[in-house]
Every structure is written in C-alpha cells, then in structure tokens.
Ligand binder design. Structure first.
Ligand SMILES: [Zn+2]
Length: 457
C-alpha cells in the first residue's frame, strides 16, 4: 500500500482503472502499482452487476476493535469471517464544513459520505456541506426496483442508518427521520431500537417509559404516533423475538428497545447488553424478506455497541459487540455463497476510543487506573493460555483510517486507499446504476485544509 500516494487516489482514477480491467491496466500505469490494486485480479470476484448489496458497519470499529474480536473469538492465527474477504481497503473518514475539513467525523457525516458520495458536516443526514438534499443509495436502489432494509442495534433512526434513507440537517431529528423512512423513502424492512422516537409523549408502547435501567427513556415523537402511521402504510409491526420470527413482510417495522438495544455505561455502572433479539436474528429475517424481491435488495446493517461502549471505554461489551457483528456477517456471507450476485462489505464510519491492544504488564502506563483511558483486561486469547489488555487513549472518536473488507461483484473497486465518499461510487457502479447528477467531481471540493481545532463528538 505504501506506493499509493494520497494524491494519486481520486474517484475518477479508481473508476477508470477498474473499468479498464484490473491488473493489466494497473500494470500499464506505474502510479497504481501496489499490492492493494493487484487484488483487482483476484479471481474470486464474480462478473456482472451486483443484484444485492449487504453493507455491514461496525460503528467506531477500528483495526484494534477487529483484532480484539479476532483474539477473543478465534485466536491469533485464525481469521474472522469479516476479515476473510478477498478485497481490502483503507478508508479516510474526515468530515467537512463549508469552511474547511474536520479531522474527526461523527457517524452522521460519515454515513452521509457512504450513502451520497458527499463529504458533509458532523450532524448532517443526507445533505451536503451547504445543507442541500443530495441523492442517496436507498433512492437509487428503490428507483431500480430493489427492496431496502435498515438494521441496527442503535435507534433505527440513529445517524448511520438515517443517512442512507433520510435528509435532515440535524441528526437529532429522529422522529422526522422515522417519518421520512415510512412516508417518503418507503424503506421495506426497519429493525432495531428507538421505539421512543416513534411514539408521542404519554404513549409508552411495548417498552415502558422511565425504566429502572435508564429513567430518562421516554416516548418523545413530535410527529405523532408513527407506529400507527406505519401500520396504515402496510407495515407489519413487531417488538419481540416471537413476532420477529413469525414476520413475513414484505414491509416490516421491528422496534426492540426504547433507545439503543443496550445500556452504554462503563463496566459495573449499569452497563447492559442483553438484547430482546440479536443483530443476527434481525439480519436473518431482513435477508429472508428482502431476498423475495426478484430485482434484489440493499441491506444496511449496523452494530452500534462497538462505538458506544468505546465511548465508555467498556472493552467487555466492545468484545460482545464484535461477536454479534461477526455472527451477523457470517449470515450475510452464507447468503452470498448461494447467491453469488451479492456484494458484501464490512467497514466502519470512524475509529472510537483510540484503542490499542497490549500484552499484560505490571502497571498501567496510561495512569492510575481511575482515568477514563485506563487499560481494560486481562481478556483471554481464544485457544491459547495467553491474555491481552485493551488500552484506550480517549472517550471520543479519532481521525485514523478504518479498514474495509469486501467480496462479490464490484467489490474490486473497494480495494486500495481512498476516502469514504468513494464507497458510494463503488456501490452505485456495482449495482450497475448511473451515478447521480449531483455527485461532486472532486472528493472534497474547496476544503483541503484541516481545521485548526478538530472536534471529537
Ligand atoms: Zn460515537
């Protein structure tokens, strides 16, 4: 990867080279001589457009999160399913404002980049840096006759899924996002947490207001009863495991918690991750329903615990989130094996926690153990007698690149070193669709310099 300079990678070059046919074209252009681009010749990639795309996001999941998942689940010399995919990319994650680039993104700006190809500001949902509504992947997939699903362990209206299907300037407008999902985007399958955002104050729903585990949780929709509205629009509504199991779609809304499907706190301070249904159960049902569409589907899947428990520096539940995500990725890969016209990718919006992995030693060199960035551990390395520690440097997001792995038709365009906006281009082209007219021709037009004070949210 070292021979690819950042300046050499822009969207058009990647498209041109991919279209020209892999390694032979790469060899003709010395700028692209690198192992990463040589992967384009890997024969495991199927020909033709992708009928289906399954986009897995480990929110806040950097390389150390993936390595911690590997060590705890399969040990040092076996690869997780999510890391076994033939295509590997490294994704730049910064966001922008109309005045300049911001080193550290939030989930909203990052997901807007994936879903629209536009770098935008932190908090932006499907709008560009100037606040203009821009075309998203869900709209393109729907126009092509495909079905669309959003699945997350966060609120279904949280920033990452929201940017795929809604347009608002403030990620906190979650009830408006819910309304747009059902009334405008017509998302077919919506599964996750966040029931409070769908019901007005005083209407508790399936999950009681002000529960002991978080007394602040309370129904708060400012758009009326959106669950009733969804039912009017033909959605089947479920809120427990039996309901999910029995659901047949083709339009399905499942809400399985007031807010996130866990309680994000430091270890031993009320942290809970015991969901009503697992991410894998939701993904399994989503694929079952969406795959009935002969035109194919776009499914976005998010594990949120990898980010939120990193904010709490709670390594125990970051590890659990990695297990849940791995299980759900395996389900997508099993589907792709029998449906090879399926592109599967696994990436993150940004890193969270400044996490690294360390050997056990006598003292925590990062402090007295009482600080937020203290070491966590020891955790057992699967299949060995060894242990390791997870060490944090922040309770916020960081500006480092995140890995991406992928397989299936069109995934070769996701090899290499690029900005998050490139993922949008690659996925639109993998579907065999036209790039929208509002796509910018440069990665970050007019915003080359980092701001003086990067903000971590
Ligand atoms: Zn976060």
């Amino acid at each position: 990867m070292t021979s690819v300079s950042k300046s050499a990678v822009n969207r058009r070059s990647l498209i041109k080279m991919s279209a020209a046919g892999g390694l032979a074209a790469a060899a003709a252009s010395p700028r692209f001589m690198s192992d990463a681009f040589a992967r384009q010749a890997t024969p495991v990639v199927a020909n033709g457009p992708a009928k289906n795309i399954i986009f897995y996001l480990g929110d806040g999941m950097g390389q150390a999160h993936r390595d911690a998942g590997q060590l705890t689940q399969v040990g040092p010399y076996t690869t997780l399913a999510m890391d076994s995919l033939p295509i590997v990319g490294m994704v730049g994650t910064n966001s922008v404002t109309p005045d300049g680039a911001v080193l550290v993104t939030d989930s909203a700006a990052a997901a807007t980049a994936f879903a629209t190809g536009h770098k935008s500001f932190n908090g932006a949902i499907g709008v560009d840096a100037d606040g203009n509504t821009v075309t998203n992947l869900v709209e393109l997939a729907k126009a092509a006759g495909k079905s669309v699903g959003l699945v997350t362990t966060s609120q279904v209206t949280d920033a990452s899924p929201a940017a795929f299907a809604a347009h608002v300037e403030d990620r906190d407008e979650q009830s408006e996002i819910a309304r747009q999902y059902i009334e405008e985007a017509e998302v077919d399958v919506i599964l996750g947490g966040g029931e409070d955002r769908w019901l007005p104050e005083g209407s508790a729903g399936a999950f009681p207001d002000n529960p002991a585990e978080d007394p602040e949780e309370q129904s708060s929709s400012d758009k009326g009863d959106l669950i009733a509205r969804a039912k009017e629009l033909g959605y089947e509504y479920v809120s427990d495991a039996a309901g999910l199991e029995a659901a047949t779609g083709p339009k399905l809304l499942g809400l399985f918690a007031n807010e996130e499907m866990f309680q994000q706190r430091p270890e031993g301070e009320g942290d809970i991750y015991d969901p009503v249904v697992t991410l894998n159960q939701m993904v399994t049902k989503a694929i079952e329903i969406l795959s009935q569409n002969p035109n194919g589907f776009l499914l976005f899947v998010e594990e949120e615990a990898t980010d939120e428990f990193s904010h709490s520096n709670n390594a125990t539940y970051v590890i659990k989130g990695m297990q849940y995500l791995e299980e759900a990725v395996q389900t997508g890969l099993d589907f792709a094996e029998s449906n090879p016209d399926t592109l599967v990718l696994v990436t993150a919006d940004h890193e969270c926690g400044g996490l690294t992995l360390e050997s056990p030693d006598d003292e925590d060199e990062s402090g007295d153990g009482a600080t937020i960035s203290a070491e966590d551990g020891p955790f057992p390395v699967a299949g060995t007698g060894y242990t390791f520690f997870m060490d944090w440097t922040t309770s916020g997001h960081t500006g480092v690149r995140v890995p991406l792995t992928a397989t299936g038709p069109g995934s070769e365009k996701l090899a290499g070193y690029y900005e998050n906006t490139h993922i949008f281009t690659a996925l639109v082209e993998a579907f065999g669709l036209e790039l929208p007219a509002d796509l910018p021709t440069e990665i970050t037009p007019g915003v080359p310099e980092p701001a003086a004070s990067p903000v971590a949210q």
